[in-house]
Design a protein around this ligand. Structure first.
Ligand code: NAD
Length: 474
């Protein structure tokens, strides 16, 4: 039976006159009709959330955390149904879809035990100042398509545990699993606390302008992030922007090859490079460059090929949607037109046996110039530049692009050196001897063009709260 999908407003299932269907990027099959929320739906959702906030905002942390455990139970209980939906809408293998669900469960459970506490900020003989954290109101969570559940879920759990109501807007490229999860979670929270609306830029834009919404938590591109921030200024909304990263990965001459090569390959080609903190530019020390590149190519050719069967044990996959496919394809075409040294991959015509799907081979380009699109811009797909370095100051300066503020990685057996370089990198999360992978307990925030504010960990929860100081006279 075909699954059905609904906007969820005030705990009710809502259809719509307007629907759209996503294309499965693995097969190019059309998926199921998905209702597009109208402006009236949006207004109703905001009113329901504001009404719900009056009581939800006064609940105890323990009550909210109990709800998070129940949300995790729903994900667990329906993991095969949600995994199948997720796999079809994103084109991900069953293994990758399962990671999206398992990580979301882990986030719910982590925040069911982690919350902000009151703290004494100052005390002397005459006064005692206690900082407490109060919710903002209604949060709108505007989400991208690369990890639909994880990236929506972190905004949901952060909103709920801090006492906010949340309206989730998944990406129109991947709305289904998130909508189904909210539908299946009905009854856990009071009506209006946790809602979902499907729509694109128009709906996102309405959210950023509505005076009834207190905060926008946005994850997506730098260009859209700038629009979101400008729109939020009109009503002085709180805003968190989790944006793109053009992560540099620095491999030192003393890196342990056996450990580093699989890790670098995974950092670059996991989910076909569609990870905000994927390793997007690899800088290898000149003295090991040739040997490293040879072994990296072997690793990638063995482990990251096109596997059309979604049950195959692969963490590679197609590009998520036609627009992104064309964007990555154009980057590869540019490399070909410029006669850059493509050492593996490089085909831009259909590469799957069926001739269907938004598939591109893993592609590695050796020593492209620093000012080409592949190096300067975030590719967000399976094409990787590998470059050489020999001077530490030089590699640090080449790494620190304005759009590279999200993450970075360094491989070296000399931990002091690795840490010294890490501290010079202008990126919010730096990973040493491991590829970039956000940790839901650690603050995650982009520097420079990669973001504004951040999420995750206790520090992340602060951005979902007002900090109020209670000054007690003694
Ligand atoms: P996008 O900016 O195109 O869209 C993101 C969301 O914004 C979608 O839900 C979209 O409908 C909505 N939107 C579009 N225009 C809007 C507007 N004017 N106002 C409000 N909302 C609007 O991004 P995308 O292509 O979905 O996501 C991929 C990008 O996200 C990549 O650059 C990736 O690096 C980045 N990303 C960042 C993180 C992070 O945590 N920093 C995580 C994942 C992805």
């Amino acid at each position: 039976m075909q699954p059905k999908f609904y906007n969820i407003i005030n705990d009710e299932l809502r259809s719509s006159d307007k629907t759209h269907a996503v294309t499965n990027p693995r097969t190019e099959d059309n998926l199921w009709p998905c209702p597009i929320a109208s402006t009236d739906d949006f207004e109703e959702a905001v009113s329901a959330a504001q009404k719900a906030f009056v009581t939800w905002g006064r609940t105890t942390v323990a009550e909210r955390q109990a709800a998070l455990v129940k949300l995790a139970d729903v994900l667990e209980e329906h993991s095969s149904e949600l995994g199948e939906i997720l796999s079809q809408e994103t084109g991900k293998s069953a293994i990758l879809a399962d990671i999206d669900i398992k990580a979301s469960i882990a986030q719910c459970l982590y925040y069911s035990k982690t919350a902000l506490e009151d703290e004494v900020q100052y005390e002397d003989d005459t006064t005692r100042v206690v900082a407490t954290h109060t919710p903002l109101g209604v949060v709108a969570a505007i989400c991208p398509w690369n990890f639909p559940l994880i990236l929506s879920n972190i905004k949901v759990v952060s909103s709920l545990v801090t006492g906010n109501c949340v309206i989730v807007k998944p990406s129109p490229f991947t709305p289904y699993a998130v909508m189904k999860w909210v539908e299946l979670s009905r009854g856990i929270l009071p009506p209006g606390v946790f809602q979902v609306l499907n729509g694109g830029a128009d709906l996102g834009s309405l959210m950023t302008l509505h005076p009834g919404i207190a905060k926008i938590s946005f994850t997506g591109t730098i260009a859209t992030g700038k629009r979101v921030m400008a729109a939020c200024a009109k009503t002085l909304k709180k805003v968190t922007l989790e944006l793109a990263g053009n992560d540099a990965c620095i491999v030192c001459a003393d890196a342990d090859f056996d450990k580093t090569i699989p890790s670098v390959a995974s950092g670059a080609f996991f989910n076909a490079g569609q990870v905000c903190v994927a390793s997007k530019r690899i800088y290898v020390h000149e003295s090991i460059y040739d040997e490293f590149l040879k072994r990296l190519v072997e690793e990638v050719e063995t482990k990251y090929g096109v596997q059309e069967n979604p049950r195959a044990p692969s963490v590679f996959g197609p590009v998520d949607n036609k627009a992104q496919f064309e964007s990555v394809r154009a980057i590869i075409e540019e490399c070909k037109a410029q006669n850059f040294d493509i050492v593996t991959g490089g085909k831009t015509a259909s590469v799957s046996a069926s001739g269907k799907g938004f598939w591109l081979e893993p592609t590695i380009v050796s020593r492209p110039p620093e000012d080409c699109t592949l190096v300067k811009e975030e590719q967000f797909g399976p094409v990787l530049p590998v470059l050489a370095w020999s001077d530490e100051d030089d590699v640090v300066s080449r790494s620190n692009l304005a759009n590279a503020g999200l993450g970075a990685s360094i491989y070296s057996t000399d931990l002091q050196k690795a840490e010294r370089i890490a501290r010079r990198l202008e990126a919010g999360s730096v990973y040493i001897n491991q590829f970039e992978r956000p940790n839901f307990g650690a603050y995650f925030a982009g520097m420079k063009d990669s973001g504004f504010g951040g999420e995750m960990g206790k520090q992340g929860l602060l951005s979902y709260s007002y900090t109020q100081c209670l000054h007690f006279a003694k």
